[in-house]
Design a protein around this ligand. Structure first.
Ligand SMILES: C[S@@+](CC[C@H](N)C(=O)[O-])C[C@H]1O[C@@H](n2cnc3c(N)ncnc32)[C@H](O)[C@@H]1O
Length: 441
């Protein structure tokens, strides 16, 4: 009878299946969820499997060099490629912690039988691989790219935009904290820790600058039991501060453009104390299903969903506040979506920038006379941020920027000092850009 899979092997099998899904276009998190749904035994090891997937995808550049070195001639199918990628990551990064035999055992357990001989060969050659040898003779940006696991064009971009020293720190930054925010809509209007979360207090550290916001130590799974009650929301600090910078007030009429999966809608409703109206627009029906679940869980009563294209809105109302959180390159959140590093190019930056400009333009006519727009992205590029805003201001003289969040982050670049930027390595938050545009007459 074959030996029962250990938790360790189950974790590796889940990571392997998820990597295959990522190679077909799924996000890392979705891939782990979908793969876990196929095997009830894997429910308890999702977190560990996700860490393996994020690590493997995040370091894919060096890993693929290694795989090519071992099998230079071979046209490799995705099954083999994903298995060898996982093998390389686990052995190079985790093997040093005295885990080698356990990892090898798990890899042998999960490998398709036809790949076993090549896996053995691969494992045998791994010990001779010296990643530092790959760095010889490279130009500076190529070396930084391999050392920090980013494409060379992005390293060059960061050098130009932020200067080499800051760029290297930014590119080398790894994880940022996870933030939990108390939901006053389910806590009698208060931002103090509800009683039920008290038992987890030792896992939480107050963010002193922002009442009701905590960083979470270690695993999120301890919080899962409290999730459905809606007493808290997980949202990056910068994303919440973007909503705060818009200053939504009770009784106002707010348009939330690009709203799914609803993190900002919920934060807006909290600041409005569930008084007033929010119209939340997104063109993805699937993501808006997630929005519905989230606003319901968090007790939001004032938001209506509209499924529509944000650049062709048929709305006639005007709004006190329009929040625009458009799709972007996500260059400020590579740590949580590392696959995006390998898909983006300077062309994608241009494409997003054009789309973002069209959203801002279509929002302008929907803003009340004394109303405002809050524009934000989780991208670090100038084209998606300062450039979008400055082009908008040139063609809409009725709008001006206003200072925001002066005690947080750093000023926008290219002289746009009213705007705010957040950098993962300096601010322990997602890379973010936030601008508040006031309509004046
Ligand atoms: C950055 S996410 C928004 C996150 C959301 N504001 C939140 O805080 O949870 C961008 C959203 O834009 C939506 N989107 C992309 N293109 C769109 C378009 N042309 N019209 C409307 N929504 C669009 C995507 O479906 C995605 O949900």
């Amino acid at each position: 009878m074959p030996a029962r899979d250990s938790d360790h092997s189950i974790q590796f099998r889940l990571a392997y299946r998820a990597l295959l899904l990522v190679s077909r276009g799924a996000s890392e998190r979705d891939a782990v969820q979908r793969a876990a749904a196929l095997d009830p035994r894997s429910i308890g090891v999702k977190r560990e499997a996700l860490a393996l997937v994020l690590g493997t995808v995040g370091e894919q550049d060096v890993i693929d060099i290694l795989v090519r070195n071992v099998h230079p001639e071979e046209k490799m199918g995705m099954n083999a490629r994903c298995l060898f990628r996982l093998t390389a990551y686990a052995m190079l990064r985790l093997g040093a912690k005295g885990q080698t035999r356990r990892i090898e055992h798990s890899l042998r357990t999960i490998a398709p039988i036809e790949l076993l001989p090549r896996l053995e060969f691969f494992l045998g050659t791994l010990s001779a691989f010296d990643p530092t040898q790959q760095l010889h003779g490279l130009r500076d940006s190529e070396r930084v790219a391999l050392e920090t696991h980013h494409p060379v064009w992005w390293v060059n971009y960061c050098f130009r935009a932020f200067g080499r020293t800051d760029a290297v720190e930014l590119l080398s930054s790894r994880t940022r904290p996870r933030y939990l925010r108390v939901n006053p809509l389910k806590n009698r209007g208060r931002t103090t820790l509800p009683k039920e979360l008290g038992v987890l207090a030792e896992r939480l550290t107050k963010v002193l600058s922002t009442p009701g916001v905590y960083t979470v130590a270690r695993s999120l799974s301890d919080f899962a039991g409290f999730f459905s009650s809606g007493s808290f929301q997980m949202q990056d600090l910068a994303s919440f501060l973007a909503v705060k910078a818009g200053a939504p007030m009770p009784g106002e009429n707010v348009l939330d453009l690009c709203a799914a999966p609803g993190a900002k809608t919920a934060a807006i409703a909290q600041l409005m104390k569930n008084r007033g109206t929010i119209v939340s627009v997104d063109y993805s029906r699937r993501r808006m299903n997630g929005w519905r679940r989230e606003v319901q869980r968090l007790g939001v009563k004032i938001a209506d969903p509209v499924i529509s294209d944000a650049s062709w809105l048929g709305l006639r109302d005007s709004f006190d506040l329009v929040i625009i959180d458009p799709p972007c390159t996500g260059t400020g959140v590579f740590d949580r979506n590392p696959r995006m590093k390998w898909h983006l190019s300077p062309k994608s930056v241009e494409r997003y920038s054009t789309l973002q400009r069209s959203f801002l333009d279509s929002a302008a006519s929907l803003v009340e006379k004394e109303g405002r727009i809050l524009y934000c992205t989780c991208s670090l590029t100038l084209e998606e941020n300062e450039d979008v805003v400055s082009r908008f201001l040139k063609s809409h003289l009725e709008f001006e920027t206003r200072p925001i969040l002066e005690q947080y982050g750093s000023p926008g670049l290219r002289g746009m000092s009213d705007c705010r930027r957040f950098f993962p390595h300096r601010d322990h938050a997602a890379g973010y850009f936030i601008a508040r545009l006031q309509r004046t007459n």
